[in-house]
Design a protein around this ligand. Sequence first.
Ligand SMILES: [Zn+2]
Length: 588
Amino acid sequence: MSTFTEPTTLASILPPGSGLLTLGEAAHQLVSWWKPLLLLAPFVAWAWLISNVFDKHASRFFLGREKWNAIHLIAGMLALAAGFLMPVPGVGGFLAGFAAVLLILGLDVGLFAGITNRDERVPESQRLSLDFSKLSEARDARSESKQQATVQLEIKNASGIAVRAPQKDSPEYNVRANAEQIFIKASQVRASQVDFAPASESAYAASYLIDGVRQAGDAIPTGEALSLIDFWKSCAELDLKDRRRKLSGKIKVSGGAGESGVKIVTSGSKNGMRLTMLFDPDKAVRRPLEKLGFLDQQLADMKALGEIEGGVVLLAAPSDHGRTTTGYAVLNLHDAYTQNVQTVEVEKEDSLEGVRQIEFKPIEDGPDFASTVRSVLRRDPDVVSVMELPDVETAKEIAKADLARSRVYVSIKGDGAMASAQLWVKAVGDAKLAGNGLTGLVAQRLLRKLCENCRVPYQPPPEILKKLGLPADKVKQLHKKGGQVLIRNKPEACPVCQGLGYVGQTGVFEVYQLDDEMRSLVVKQDWIGLRNALRKTQRPSIQQAALRKAVEGVTSIEEVMRVTASSTSKPSSKSKPAKSSEAPANAG
Ligand SMILES: [Zn+2]
């Protein structure tokens, strides 16, 4: 091609044998219009990537934007120098320069992606991917989803068989696509549960449970909502005609973020059907004791409780405050291989290794929960976790067991350690029997953790600290929820918490080991005496434990107030332990 020969002809006019020649060569490379254009192309792509993706990514997750921009600038200048000042003449020189540009810019891109993707501040779902097909797919999906929902998930029914997607343009296709949207929305906002319930004559309302707090979703016309409910029911192989009884089934759904187990629960009332979808309920309750949120001293106290043989330990929490999780996790204190460890549960949420789990299924004329517990306790197990206390009879069976030999953890719906002791005595109906068997009181609540990406530090006013009982000289800084990040001075919803300001939950506990004196106070039902004795142990209450989490920056004062406001209220006036929780799970 003549284009290749032209520069050499021009170069031959210049005097040979000097440095000017190479400079001249370099200049001649610019003479061909396609060469600089070709050289510029990678710069354009690189600059677009830096300014539209990387810079925003760095601001969103606070990855040191200035530092990175300086690195990009240096890389850009190096590449520019390499591309345009390569001292090798001819086509070879041009190609070498081009390769150097690609290499330097590529290194810069790889460095940014490699380092920031390993940064734990960036959630896995938000990591950079250099797979450009994904980018265009995402764009297509976005533009499509704006017009109409599509079928994009794989659903395995209760028998594990994939549910086939209906023909496009059929009404069934739309039902399925809309049903999938519920799952997609739920996983985007990290919901653990979605509920559909009738809101009015003509519409259903969706609500999402995110970190234990209900967030309202969209309203859906009744007809559409019923077809969605029927779709999920059919996946779970539940009887579509049964619109009254509580039914439940498990399915598997896979999308972009891997496979999730979904529990479908439906029930009916005179107002209409109700659907609850629980996402990975087994994973939610599977957490080691060390990760539940105990303070160091409390964890040591729990381990000490685990070493005592026998006795009843009450695990108290209101509904949806992590009782099931703790009921399983306390079994970590015992060796399931050398000891006989069992559970008795109304609804099994998770399978535990080495543990015999008795799932109680109520059948007409069958044994009730209390006799199931009795038959378990009669076999002298070392450790039993009773995951529900549905009635007075069960409490009596536990109190009458051989508690010198068997340790029984009793999950009790109650508010604080004091209240749980009172509930326990009332349920057993015999203060002596109830009090003498008590070894420990553990109570908890769940609070939301601040999103570390967008939480806002502030200096608390001394009068507020005084009100909270925090030392003003030690607490210099607290945090409140943010929810926004600034991208080029424009606020944007934080990508980690979707603007909620909180991500995840932690338990806050009170842990008391009872001594003989405390037991005698329970037997005497001297509650004021017991309260004082518990206080004398210098162990933190739930509220104090929660405040400590606020001081550590884990949560906000507002959240501590929201969660502990009612825990300081007077002891419960209920005379019976609460009925088995109607919610499908009290996990957390
Ligand atoms: Zn955030």
